[in-house]
Design a protein around this ligand. Structure first.
Ligand SMILES: [Zn+2]
Length: 386
């Protein structure tokens, strides 16, 4: 086992204090810190922290390969969402493979803004709220959608499209920025709601937030009207399978996902929306959020598991107040991340120990039995499933 160092992603929607505080780094009001990545994705690979006295930092992927250890099947993240993210959807494995090959064949650079597929993996995700957390998750039911679309006469074209062709047809119209009906609906909606007061439980609160910050970019704003608005209390968790539309709106969370960065956007974004590709990937059927809220399971050793249908990786945690000295046999590579307190990780056979402070992460090799000791620590554990 050894300590590893992740990378911060400075996306514009990120907060300024949560991640620097977690990592014990200085805060800079000019530089947002949106995500902290632990893993081997080439876009922001983690490194192994070399022994004292050695200057060299080794990439985690190289380190795993040179020690004949299995590759990580996951990307482990901390997110701090200050401004809402785009409505997005992730492809299945087959769609990702096809799209990645196609875009490579078209010589679209991996860093190009219109590149959809940055790798050939699907990206199932789960998220555990670390604060009150707000998100859009899946398509609302018919009653909710018709009630939202009936609230104003100017939304009539969208209601008509929905009544004729369902959510998919309505998305097509909502994303057709060259269509005069769509342009008129954008303007009328903005004018209607800009000065009103909404509670956070009202989906128009979030539409209004977007329009206040991005008055020139109503891109995809109407698609919000078709989505479920979900609030998670700290500790609650939810998952997003391939094809499920979602957008993080506000708060901090821990995310675990397949090792991928493949995103198709459907709204709330100044970025390019590839409507044709989105239509192929997104699931437009109504999906009740309750079906995706994770039923946590507590083990005898006080470990809180977040089971999902995803076959490749699993997330669990120990939170303050839970049994303080669990031990387990490590069967696949694991990463532990300490979010609070101090935890001591001990290899029971060799007796070697590593002290993990707030913000620190440890890679544990398979084949070792380890124990975790300390008081009032909060530690998240991400691991491959064979
Ligand atoms: Zn996502």
């Amino acid at each position: 086992m050894l300590k590893i160092r992740g990378r911060i992603q400075h996306y514009a929607w990120g907060g300024h204090s949560y991640i620097p505080q977690l990592l014990g780094q200085p805060q800079n009001p000019e530089i947002p810190c949106a995500e902290y990545w632990l893993g081997t994705h080439p876009a922001a690979p983690s490194t192994v922290i070399a022994a004292a006295g050695s200057e060299q930092e080794i990439a985690l992927a190289e380190y795993l390969a040179s020690n004949q250890l299995p590759a990580l099947k996951f990307l482990f993240k901390v997110l701090d969402v200050r401004d809402m993210l785009s409505i997005q959807v992730h492809p299945t494995k087959a769609q990702a493979e096809e799209g990645f090959t196609r875009e490579n064949a078209s010589d679209i650079p991996l860093t190009a803004s219109h590149r959809n597929y940055k790798d050939n993996s699907d990206k199932p995700e789960l998220a555990v709220a670390l604060s009150d957390f707000w998100l859009l998750h899946g398509i609302a039911n018919d009653e909710q959608i018709t009630s939202r679309l009936n609230r104003a006469e100017y939304l009539k074209p969208l209601l008509n499209a929905y009544m004729k062709g369902g959510t998919e047809a309505a998305f097509r119209l909502a994303l057709d920025t060259g269509n005069p009906d769509t342009q008129h609906m954008h303007q009328a909606l903005a004018a209607d709601i800009v000065a009103k007061q909404y509670a956070k439980t009202d989906i128009l609160f979030w539409v209004q937030q977007w329009l206040r910050k991005n008055p020139q970019t109503p891109n995809g704003i109407l698609t919000v009207l078709f989505m479920n608005l979900v609030h998670l209390a700290p500790g609650e968790a939810i998952f997003q399978p391939s094809g499920l539309l979602h957008a993080y709106l506000e708060g901090q969370n821990i995310e675990l996902m397949a090792n991928s960065d493949n995103v198709l956007r459907a709204g709330l974004t100044p970025k390019h929306i590839d409507v044709a590709e989105l239509m192929k990937i997104a699931n437009f059927n109504s999906t009740p959020p309750a079906e995706f809220i994770i039923d946590t399971q507590s083990t005898e050793q006080g470990e809180l598991r977040y089971p999902t249908p995803f076959p490749d990786f699993e997330l669990s945690s120990w939170n303050p107040g839970q049994l303080a000295s669990p031990h387990w046999l490590v069967e696949q590579p694991e990463i532990l991340l300490c979010l609070d307190g101090t935890a001591t990780l001990t290899d029971i056979v060799s007796g070697s120990a590593i002290v993990c402070e707030k913000g620190e992460a440890v890679l544990i090799w398979p084949g070792h039995t380890v124990s975790l000791n300390g008081e009032h620590f909060q530690v998240f554990r991400a691991r491959n499933i064979a």
